[in-house]
Design a protein around this ligand. Structure first.
Ligand code: SF4
Ligand code: SF4
Length: 185
């Protein structure tokens, strides 16, 4: 069994947004929505400014409130991969998952009425490929792999670096890990 995670090495992000473009094209994301974002945050006062470029996406949480609050079983945690996925034909568009996600990772697809979000490009991973955002990332800021494999790049990076997750107090046990976070909160 695998458990897929993503590592965001913030030292390497140049803010080019190629990941966002690749994700939209790969997953036919509706114009007004995003499955991944790169947030630019600035803190402090000139000349003492601190800036962070932070990629955000669904955290494929191990303790996912979106799954627990879904009344139809449309949202589920895949046991084989650890990914949080969606059975679109079961979704009734009630938005309970959207309301319960602390990361604003989901949206309703206005064309079809079902909830959607990042799937870690599960269709690509099933064919042995990387998620589109990872493949396109020029700086190699996004690294994807199986944390159950001790030799995988993600396992090595997480062994060798201090890392953080977003909103740890929410208790969701996120599976997107950040190396070199600058701004806290
Ligand atoms: S980030 Fe949000 S949508 Fe993704 S698994 Fe966690 S709670 Fe669910
Ligand atoms: S919008 Fe769909 S996936 Fe979300 S909680 Fe409702 S039925 Fe489940």
């Amino acid at each position: 069994m695998s458990k897929y995670v993503m590592v965001i090495d913030q030292r390497r992000c140049i803010g080019c947004m190629a990941c966002i473009v690749a994700c939209k094209a790969e997953n036919d994301v509706p114009e007004e929505h995003f499955r991944t974002r790169v947030i630019q945050e600035v803190e402090g006062q000139f000349p003492k400014l601190r800036m962070e470029l932070r990629s955000e996406l669904c955290n494929h949480c191990d303790n996912p409130p979106c799954v627990y609050n879904c009344p139809t079983g449309a949202s589920y945690k895949d046991k084989e991969t650890g990914m949080v996925l969606l059975k679109k034909n079961r979704c009734v568009g009630c938005k309970a998952c959207i309301a319960s996600c602390p990361y604003d990772a989901r949206y309703i697809d206005p064309r079809h009425g079902y909830a959607d979000k990042c799937t870690f490009c599960s269709h690509r991973v099933a064919k042995g490929k990387e998620p589109a955002c990872v493949q396109t990332c020029i700086g190699r800021s996004r690294i994807f792999g199986d944390i159950e494999d001790p030799e995988s790049e993600v396992s090595v990076l997480l062994r060798e670096h201090h890392f953080e997750v977003l909103k740890p107090a929410a208790g969701t046990e996120p599976k997107v890990y950040y190396i070199n976070r600058i701004l806290k909160g």
